[in-house]
Design a protein around this ligand. Structure first.
Ligand SMILES: [Zn+2]
Length: 621
């Protein structure tokens, strides 16, 4: 929206000031949306949108192609149908289709009503789901918007199916009417997932901030109470990293959780809320669900406000690529389990297992030698919810920026603690990022004033350590470069050992095997494995190993296990052309590693190790 249109809208208001006294001035140009659900059992929603004060010229109505926090394309127009634009006289207007993602109204008056239906049946952090139990709305999948009106406020009315008593849980701004809400601009609306259903809402406050946990599930009220008590511990523990909560614009932060048998597992961060979905229940999967809570809540600082410049503002019409997801997602992946440990909701073993997942991804995945953490981050548009139908070699060329970045965070935290004798930690770095990039307020709600680049992230490390050389080397080696930190050395001061999980056990490749006509390699073996080096690849059918016939997938493991690392075995196989071949390969030691506490190996934890560990992952408060 340009300045001329804004002025025109205000001028009209002067004429009807007597009528508008009750409302803020801007609301006369607000885009009005009305959501109703005539047949929830058939999973569609009816949307009516009213645009006013339109300038002459084509009105370009768009369905988003992407969704804030998700980096691949989802092309939400695919589920939209029965689209009509109606003029003030009630007559339908001509619509054109300039591309698959939009409808254009070439000629219209200053007021226009849009009607359409949209289908949705996936409960997660990206899509729309409508059924008789609720409407679970991610806005990019639900709302058609008009180009050029980004700064107009929006007014939303939710109409429950008849006979239901549905309530709204959302980061949208409340009004005096319980089913009507507003958003200050389009960016904010698109970032505001909304659960419209019969769920329960628990509220608690910390430091004068209000937190709401809205839960749609099949469990008991006691389960909810105990669970929300743990959520509160995590919310407190994460505050300690930054020293304060952000100001939550609508007056509260809202967790929207759907733990339902028909939900997909997901977690999606937003500025003042998060959506957390799972087919698991509190009683069967408490730790896993809390882990998602800890991850997503940490995002209300890291990514929602400490935000990569490449993601600000989020472009709804294309895939959004950022080389900083190792920090935005990876550091969050580290702080989730760390905060759970500090909150006292998990034990040491659960924490070290979480850290081991990070370390293992970096140490064992061959992808590190072909792409840096920065380059892995730029793969997000392909891997984050994307579904190629062709084969990729990602198992050997890609490592998720979640564990990769998490391992970098672990390494940086331990490095700082050791180097500065506990006086400086990763928490100080995150606080520095918060002060410079997250905290400064933007004039428009939902936008970020000082998003960061990778150069900024390095500069902040130089500032917090007072050592630009150290910061430069760390980024050159582990973020722009492809080196792996020395995790064993870094973990030692905490009394943690990084050691082989299966010492002395022979290993040939570790790829998945399937039974087809014979025993077939289902995937390409790991590029660092004996099988790969010997030339075996996906589709090869194993006939015999070391002279022993192979009839079932388990046969392979049991034959290999009879050997020692360093021994040479012959593998007879048939390739995809039907040609029989024999290769020899040299077995290696199983590379799987695990992090274990020294005291669990019979050795004793020193006082210095105990102090280091307590300051790092020890329970707070
Ligand atoms: Zn995340």
């Amino acid at each position: 929206m340009n300045g001329t249109m804004r002025y025109a809208g205000a001028a009209v208001l002067v004429g009807i000031a007597a009528l508008a006294l009750q409302r803020p001035l801007r609301s006369e140009t607000a885009v009005q949306y009305r959501f109703s659900f005539p047949e929830p059992q058939h999973h569609w929603m009816a949307v009516e949108a009213t645009f006013t004060e339109l300038a002459a010229g084509p009105l370009e109505l768009r369905m988003s192609r992407s969704s804030p926090g998700r980096y691949s394309l989802h092309d939400f127009a695919k589920n939209v149908y029965d689209v009509d634009a109606i003029g003030p006289d009630g007559r339908p207007l001509r619509l054109t289709r300039p591309d698959p993602h939009g409808w254009t109204v070439p000629e219209h008056a200053s007021r226009l009503t849009l009607r359409y239906k949209v289908f949705g049946d996936r409960v997660d952090g990206t899509y729309l789901a409508v059924d008789p139990t609720h409407a679970h709305m991610n806005m990019p999948a639900s709302v058609m918007w008009a180009r050029g009106l980004d700064d107009r406020p929006l007014h939303l009315t939710f109409v429950p199916p008849s006979g239901t008593n549905w309530k709204v849980a959302s980061q949208l701004y409340a009004t005096e009417r319980p089913l009507e809400f507003t958003a200050p601009n389009l960016q904010y609306l698109m970032d505001s997932p909304t659960e419209f259903g019969p769920g329960v809402i628990r509220e608690f406050s910390v430091d004068g901030h209000t937190f709401r946990f809205a839960l749609h599930h099949t469990g008991t009220a006691t389960e909810v109470d105990q669970y929300v008590a743990d959520v509160q511990k995590i919310v407190r523990a994460e505050r300690e990293v930054y020293g304060e909560y952000p100001p939550y614009e609508p007056g509260h932060y809202t967790f929207i959780a759907d733990y339902l048998p028909y939900a997909s597992s997901d977690g999606m961060e937003h500025r003042n809320s998060t959506i957390i979905t799972s087919a698991g229940a509190i009683r069967s999967n408490r730790t896993g669900l809390l882990d998602t809570v800890a991850h997503e809540f940490f995002h209300n600082w890291n990514v929602e406000r400490i935000r990569p410049r490449a993601l600000e503002p989020f472009d709804l019409e294309r895939a959004n690529m950022s080389g900083e997801l190792w920090l935005a997602e990876g550091f969050t992946q580290y702080y989730g389990p760390l905060s759970m440990s500090r909150a006292g909701v998990v034990d040491l073993r659960e924490t070290t297992d979480s850290f081991n997942e990070l370390v293992t991804a970096v140490l064992l995945s061959p992808g590190r030698v072909v792409r840096s953490a920065e380059e892995m981050s730029r793969m997000a548009p392909f891997v984050d919810g994307g579904r190629p139908i062709d084969r990729t070699n990602w198992s050997n060329s890609y490592i998720s920026y979640y564990p990769y970045g998490g391992a970098i965070a672990l390494a940086l935290d331990l490095t700082l603690r050791e180097r500065f004798h506990g006086r400086l930690t990763l928490d100080d770095y995150m606080r520095m990022m918060w002060r410079v990039h997250g905290k400064p307020a933007a004039p428009r709600p939902g936008y970020v004033a000082h998003p960061y680049t990778i150069e900024d992230a390095e500069l902040r490390l130089a500032e917090v350590t007072g050592d630009p050389t150290f910061a430069g080397q760390f980024f050159a080696r582990y973020i722009r470069g492809r080196q792996a930190p020395d995790f064993a050395a870094l973990l030692a001061p905490a009394g943690l050992l990084l050691q082989r999980q299966n010492p002395g056990r022979a290993w040939w490749g570790g790829t998945r095997l399937e039974t087809r006509n014979g025993v077939v390699l289902a995937d390409t073996p790991r590029a660092t494995s004996p099988a790969y080096k010997a030339g075996l690849d996906a589709g090869d059918e194993i006939r015999s190993i070391d002279g022993t016939k192979v009839a079932f997938p388990d046969d392979v493991a049991s034959i290999v296990r009879k050997h020692k690392p360093g021994e040479v075995i012959a593998v007879e196989y048939v390739d995809r052309t039907g040609t029989a071949k024999t290769v020899t390969l040299t077995l290696e030691e199983d590379p799987a590693v695990g992090i274990v506490a020294v005291e669990s190996t019979g050795a004793s934890l020193t006082a210095a190790q105990a102090a280091f560990r307590a300051a790092w992952i020890g329970r707070r408060g």
